[in-house]
Design a protein around this ligand. Sequence first.
Ligand code: MN
Length: 324
Amino acid sequence: MIMNNNAALDEIRRVLLENDDFVITAHVNPDSDAVGSCLALGLSLKKLGKRVNVILDAFHSKNLIIPGQGLIWEGAAAAPDVSALITLDCANAERVYDPFALMKLAPVTICIDHHLSHDPFARYIYLDPDASSTCELIYRIVSAMVEFDADIGSAIYAGLLTDTGGFRHRCVSSETLRVASELIKLNIPFTDIYNELLKKHSPVETYVMRAALNNLELLQNGRAALSFISSEDMTDIGATASDTDGISEYLLNIRDVEAAVFLYEKSKGEVKASIRSLTINVSETAKAFGGGGHKRAAGCIIRSPLAEACGAMSRAIISAIETA
Ligand SMILES: [Mn+2]
């Protein structure tokens, strides 16, 4: 199902040139690769004289640093004109943010993606699971068609940077760094993009982190870390679920910690656990509580009081480490 050869590249470029009214969308709860790839492709098609609207689900305000926000469709009542619908960074049809049911209405559907688990749903597909990000694929497709400027370059850089965890993860190839190098020649504000997308946190996120670190426990001689936040603390701080993002990864970065759990009490009797690991398969741990995920990152909902959920989760993690 690899559709990333030269014929596929030519075909995608031909379909982009043949159509005039594009709608570009991405997965629900879009990350910076989704927002960046939509806006980079949108700005590029605009340069080719196309009409473009980008339809995006609500996203974190840090992504406002990505140029091209003016392309985002604000009309809630009606759909924009569409001859071709492009879905970016979506592994399957269920993940597509499609409030106007354009997947059914659009005469042509195009999908550009880099998920290994991609389940094909569009007529024209460009898929490369070896690419770092959808933004890297947008660069590959469009750099031969349009002259890039700093705005397009910044939007592409946003996805390259964030999907690689700051050029850290194994998905980084020499091609990823070559593309980054080309983008830096466009005088993009790469320091600001890095700080905004990977470093900055809001005051509320910082208070949530303080509360979480106050509740930190190291288990098994420091091989596991567990922390939690109560619904009372969340209310006092004025925080929402997304303000807890990144806490489990922070715990995992404590030296010698192999597995980390962060529990967040959504409401009395409903606790969300997010589990991260460097060694053990935490998708199995999550599955035992009715959840799931990946080997190194998983989650579950535990329906019990917070203290009980913490106890159950620490026993599960300890036994997973002991039997590994
Ligand atoms: Mn991506």
